[in-house]
Ligand binder design. Structure first.
Ligand code: SF4
Length: 456
């Protein structure tokens, strides 16, 4: 089922180019990496199709953060293999390193660890006879069209080694992207009409930690005596026209005064921080090897709320960590209530092979984990509802995500991470996906708010 396309090589000869599918699981970093592969392949003439449309090859970018992630990776690889027995199957991502045996057994053709992801598009080009020596080494900067906010990967790796987490073993050492590469990706993103970007990475608070010679990275007229996350954001503000910058997850101890003041003084930085709490119990935080205790967390949250009163705070929490007693769990419930997170991702602890927590003797029973997960989810839903209601009858700045012409309905994500809907009406010509618009909210709608466009 190949189509005739033109390969842009030196001879410009016409050959069959093939159709591929890309499936991605897990974090925004994975998504950003899959987007880069898609961009490179599309620029070489390959065509992206759904995995149900008989692709000629499939790239499956996996996650291994929980046992459910592993299950999803296994299921998807099996499914694609079964539905497309002739297709070349390429797997990558965090699942592959510790599951080589399974991948070999099931007949996956190529396995790329995270550090080798950048080589995937070249391998495919080679397989299809693309002349790499004459190929354009510039990355294709066209957008994938899959998102209305671009995920910009600024960093990879984590060296923190929380006792439950497998990520440091599969993502390895800190590796920051050069600032000017980031600036150029953002500029391309805004040229393509996306007005919000999300700075993403495995541990973004460590941006720049691995730069040895800062001058190497501070090119042209840009002087960066300290190259950290705040300096990078300042650079983005000065060197791009992006209208909204959102940060992905950041550790509480890496939120500096400089970063808080930057957010306070620049309306273009979304007033939203996703800060993993993981547990409200000092004992459990210590077992988890998290770099803070509950008191430090509360004090820092108070400071954040004082500096930026309209900040939105969301979090990740793990329930059922080994040794977690009822009292520890109650500390977590109380902490979530006290901070009033507007959204909480609740994870049930699942032992990850090779991590210290998997070997801890006092594992929590599955039924207790389920019970605690349900309780925390209920609290999270209540806090979320209260937060949504408290944002009714306000003017919110919304990044347009979907335009439903037939249903006369537009939806998008507000700065504070609430889904907002509004009617298309006469603005059909002017509204575009990726654009930032102002909406005056009028009522609670689905799991978000409904309102009307306003001119500011
Ligand atoms: S900071 Fe901890 S939880 Fe986050 S990726 Fe690193 S080790 Fe895992």
């Amino acid at each position: 089922m190949s189509e005739d396309l033109i390969i842009p090589d030196s001879e410009n000869k016409k050959v069959n180019l093939n159709r591929f599918t890309s499936v991605v699981f897990g974090c925004k970093t994975n998504q950003s990496e899959s987007d880069s592969i898609i961009r490179e392949l599309e620029s070489a003439g390959f065509k992206l199709v759904d995995f149900k449309e008989n692709p000629d090859f499939a790239i499956i970018n996996t996650c291994t953060v929980t046992s459910i992630s592993d299950k999803k990776a296994r299921q998807m690889i099996r499914r694609i293999k079964l539905q497309n027995p002739e297709a070349i199957i390429i797997t990558t991502g965090c699942f592959v390193d510790f599951n080589r045996h399974f991948l070999k057994e099931i007949g996956v053709d190529y396995v790329f660890s995270n550090g080798q992801k950048g080589e995937i598009s070249n391998l495919i080009k080679k397989i299809y006879g693309y002349n790499l020596a004459n190929s354009d080494t510039q990355p294709n900067l066209k957008l994938t069209g899959k998102h209305t906010r671009e995920f910009i990967k600024i960093q990879d790796g984590c060296e923190q080694k929380c006792s439950y987490c497998i990520v440091p073993y599969v993502r390895k050492k800190y590796k920051s992207e050069p600032p000017l590469k980031i600036v150029s990706e953002i500029n391309q993103s805004t040229e393509n009409g996306l007005e919000e970007i999300v700075l993403t990475g495995i541990h973004i608070g460590k941006y720049g930690a691995d730069f040895k010679n800062k001058d190497v990275y501070a090119a042209n007229d840009i002087k960066l005596p300290v190259l950290d996350l705040s300096a990078l954001i300042e650079l983005i503000i000065n060197k791009t026209n992006v209208k909204r910058i959102r940060l992905s997850s950041i550790e509480i101890n890496e939120i500096t005064d400089k970063l808080l003041n930057l957010i306070k003084n620049n309306q273009m930085i979304a007033r939203h921080l996703h800060i993993p709490l993981q547990s409200g119990s000092d004992r459990i935080l210590e077992y988890m090897k998290r770099p803070y205790n509950a008191c430090f967390f509360f004090e820092k949250i108070n400071k954040i709320k004082t500096v930026i009163p309209d900040i939105t705070l969301t979090s990740d929490i793990i329930v059922g960590f080994p040794g977690e007693s009822d009292e520890d769990f109650n500390d977590t419930l109380n902490a979530a209530q006290k901070i009033h997170f507007s959204k909480i991702h609740v994870f049930k602890y699942s032992p990850r092979k090779y991590t210290p927590a998997a070997l801890m003797s006092d594992q929590v029973r599955e039924d207790i984990k389920n019970e605690r997960s349900l309780k925390l989810r209920k609290l999270a839903a209540k806090l979320r509802e209260e937060y949504i209601v408290s944002n009714n009858e306000k003017i919110l700045r919304v990044a347009v995500e979907r335009i439903n012409h037939a249903g006369n309905l537009v939806s998008g994500m507000a700065e504070n991470y609430i889904k907002v809907y509004f009617p298309l009406n006469t603005n059909a010509e002017v509204i575009k996906t990726g654009q930032l618009v102002y909406v005056k909210t009028e009522s609670v709608y689905l799991e978000g708010l409904y309102g009307n466009l306003v001119d500011i």
